[in-house]
Design a protein around this ligand. Structure first.
Ligand code: PMT
Length: 410
């Protein structure tokens, strides 16, 4: 259990993933990636190139994963045609780290070790995560191989810029395990997810309405509920635009992030993204009022004992103002009369349904990992969800959304 009594989410439950590891100092991150994928519910098979096995012995992976570990193509003790079986049963394959040599072999269809042969034997989505020196990465030959792989639908994850093994700084670092696990989830979602090809806009965090350059009117929203909604939509194959006031965590691979501060900025960003979108999930805590004027300079303290008045003006109702055929799902943060207060917002904001949460509870609402949501619709339907991790609450919201009459089925 991670938070309260709610079990940890397992977004890859029942999935089989092949992890190919090639020779790079960053191969140690593949160990953490294997662990993350298994923690997410996947069974991971691992294939190592001979160079990878020099950096990380196969034994390390054997102790960690519930799948098979293939190392030596000529190992008489290994199951016959092990790489073919691993490639066939994989629902996604990720090669991380992918060295320049392994990328070249994958681009050319060369199968001379367990990694390249598993990739050749697989029809599943392939993700490659390059890791190498920045001069190598920028070579025309390496870029041409990456272009060839992209043109065939291979998902290229990274590399990131930063300090490299050579001591130089540049583009060539392997992405972090959380991001790589996100890439795997994204690739599976886009291949078979129930929301594939759909565009979902998710909002997250509390708006910050400036008083002066250093102060704002805000609220307790951490963005966690919105991030979970973005992640869950991405895992179901949707193209996701996340409009957020808070910095998202690593692992939201593939999600388009738009940072905003105020309600008016959030409204403008949604307006840019909404043409053609299929749904808007409004988890952000939007301030109903903002200071009438934001001072240009930091406000000075009043004379001792003197009260200070702050004039507030009404913000636009962001979700109510969004027009078009997209389905709108709202949230209601209440501290009393949860059902009645939330119900009143459905028609007022033209929502297909609303997720009501009692934010006075310790294990639900603001800033915690879990939520206790009641889904309410215009027809008076009431569905009470148990205490769930926010990711699983998001999953329940999408299960409901894809069953709505207005949802374009895939
Ligand atoms: O971010 P976390 O720490 O994980 O916390 C999650 C949460 C408690 C913020 C989230 O679960 C939640 O309840 N979000 C909605 C908060 C809120 O603004 O509720 P409301 O009842 O005031 O507004 C109702 C709906 O109208 C919401 O979808 C809100 O986004 C929207 N709204 C509100 C005011 C406004 N001016 N424009 C809006 O669009």
């Amino acid at each position: 259990m991670t938070a309260g009594e709610a079990p940890a989410p397992r977004p890859l439950a029942g999935r089989r993933v092949a992890l190919g590891v090639s020779g790079s100092i960053s191969a140690y991150k593949a160990v953490e990636l294997a662990r993350r994928l298994e923690d997410a519910g996947a069974i991971v098979d691992v294939a190592l190139t001979p160079s990878a096995a020099r950096f990380i012995p196969a034994l390390t992976f054997r102790s960690l994963v519930h799948g098979e570990v293939a190392e030596d193509l000529w190992d008489a003790a290994a199951p016959a045609e092990q790489h073919v079986a691993m490639g066939r049963r994989a629902e996604a394959m990720i090669v991380a780290p992918a060295s320049a040599t392994t990328l070249a072999k994958l681009a050319q269809g060369i199968g001379d070790n367990t990694v390249t042969l598993t990739a050749l034997a697989s029809a599943a989505p392939l993700i490659v995560a390059p890791a190498m020196d920045h001069v190598m990465y920028n070579q025309a030959a390496v870029q041409a191989n990456l272009d060839a792989l992209k043109a065939r639908g291979v998902l290229v994850a990274g590399p990131a810029a930063g300090r490299l093994a050579s001591g130089a700084r540049g583009l060539g670092r392997l992405l972090e395990p959380a991001e790589l696990a996100g890439a795997v989830r994204s690739a599976i979602g886009r291949a078979v997810g129930p929301m594939r090809g759909r565009h979902v806009i998710v909002t997250a965090g509390g708006t910050r309405e400036p008083i002066d350059p250093v102060r704002f009117v805000g609220n307790r929203s951490s963005g966690k509920m919105g991030f979970a909604l973005a992640e869950a939509a991405r895992d179901r194959g949707a193209v996701v635009t996340l409009v957020t006031t808070q910095a998202p965590p690593a692992g939201l691979f593939g999600v388009v992030v738009r940072r905003v501060e105020t309600a008016v900025e959030m409204q403008a960003e949604i307006a840019k993204s909404s043409p053609g979108a299929d749904a808007l999930i409004m988890a952000a805590a939007v301030a109903d009022y903002r200071p009438a004027e934001a001072a240009e300079e930091k406000l000075k303290k009043s004379a001792e004992g003197e009260a200070r008045m702050l004039e507030l003006v009404e913000n636009p109702d962001v979700v109510a103002g969004v027009e078009g055929s997209l389905l709108k799902v709202g949230f209601a943060a209440e501290t009393s009369d949860l059902i009645a207060n939330a119900q009143a917002k459905i028609a007022k904001k033209s929502l297909v349904f609303i997720a009501a949460n009692d934010v006075s509870q310790e294990d639900a609402g603001f800033a915690v990992e879990t939520n206790r949501i009641v889904l309410l619709d215009a027809a008076g339907g009431v569905e009470r969800l148990p205490l769930l991790h926010k990711y699983d609450a998001a999953a329940a919201i999408y299960e409901r959304l894809v069953g709505e009459p207005g949802w374009r089925a895939v």
